[in-house]
Design a protein around this ligand. Structure first.
Ligand SMILES: *[C@@H]1O[C@H](CO)[C@@H](O)[C@H](O)[C@H]1NC(C)=O
Ligand SMILES: *[C@@H]1O[C@H](CO)[C@@H](O)[C@H](O)[C@H]1NC(C)=O
Ligand SMILES: *[C@@H]1O[C@H](CO)[C@@H](O)[C@H](O)[C@H]1NC(C)=O
Length: 260
């Protein structure tokens, strides 16, 4: 039953994504609208409690004593790179990233069993599966879906943005979210610096490679103390610049955990 509650919205989600390109908009009263309304209006999609949620396992240092989880998001955007030449004598250089941060607090509690043939298999958090699922969705379609959910449910999933300042400092900002019930305050931002990293674990069987590293970042300035980038999907540059333009982007999706 729990599985049904989780799988139906996902099925609808996938359905929306596959039909999104074919239909430019969902006219009111259409079958799509009805299905989506039925399944999404009864669900809390944002602002679920964070107090019981603990950081996933990694080799990164734990959050500092006394901090608590302030925001749990899925980030979707691009990692940006430059190449000095277009040959294999140079390697891509990271110049920053830009991403939209979607509230994932309500997904963290949902588990799904991905191995239907093995009743003893451990179920996985839906949250950790989402980066790989969303990676195959074009950026434009993800925006479309997010807008649709907002329109139908009145809940705005977009709660923050991530970008790099002109000085190349990673910046996360939750101010100015349009969600009425958002937990953001005037202090909900951080300019951060990398504290530690870990290669993204291999995903045998997924046929997926090229995930950007997992990170822990700490505050340089702002009201959020520590940031984790975990369960990344995509975003890594090719090994060399062979055949690459001077500036290029690689789509990525990732969990971002914010402590303050
Ligand atoms: C780089 O490209 C050159 C010319 O195509 C090739 O001979 C060489 O083996 C390549 N080196 C690497 C490390 O791929
Ligand atoms: C990354 O590239 C995107 C797309 O070209 C651009 O909008 C964004 O400003 C870039 N961000 C950084 C930090 O370079
Ligand atoms: C599940 O088991 C059936 C029958 O043994 C097999 O045909 C099928 O490929 C299996 N599915 C997965 C996902 O392993």
């Amino acid at each position: 039953m729990i599985w049904m509650a989780v799988s139906l919205p996902i099925a609808v989600l996938c359905f929306c994504i596959t039909t999104a390109n074919a239909r430019n908009h969902f006219s009111s009263g259409s079958i799509y609208n009805t299905i989506i309304t039925t399944f999404f209006t009864n669900l809390d999609l944002i602002n679920c409690p964070l107090s019981e949620i603990s950081l996933p396992q990694s080799t990164l240092p734990a959050p500092s004593e006394g901090l608590s989880l302030q925001f749990l998001t899925i980030g979707r955007g691009t990692q940006n790179y430059t190449c000095a030449t277009n040959t294999n004598t140079s390697t891509p250089e990271a110049i920053g990233a830009t991403a939209t941060l979607f509230d994932a607090s309500c997904l963290a509690a949902l588990d799904v069993d991905t191995d239907f043939n093995d009743s003893s298999s451990e179920s996985q958090s839906l949250l950790h599966l989402l980066p790989d699922v969303l990676r195959s969705v074009p950026l434009g379609s993800a925006d479309f879906l997010s807008n649709l959910i907002t329109r139908v449910t009145g809940q705005d999933l977009v709660i923050g943005t991530h970008y790099f300042t002109a000085d190349g400092v990673p910046f996360f900002d939750f101010r100015g979210s349009s969600s009425d019930s958002s937990r953001a305050t005037a202090e909900s931002w951080v300019a951060a610096a990398k504290d530690d990293d870990e290669d993204a674990p291999a995903k045998p069987g997924y046929g997926i490679t090229g995930d950007v590293a997992w990170l822990k970042l700490t505050r340089v300035e702002g009201g959020i103390s520590e940031v984790y980038r975990l369960h990344t999907s995509g975003g890594a540059a090719p090994a060399t610049c062979e055949g690459m333009p001077e500036v290029f982007t690689v789509d990525y999706t990732s969990e971002y955990w914010f402590y303050g």
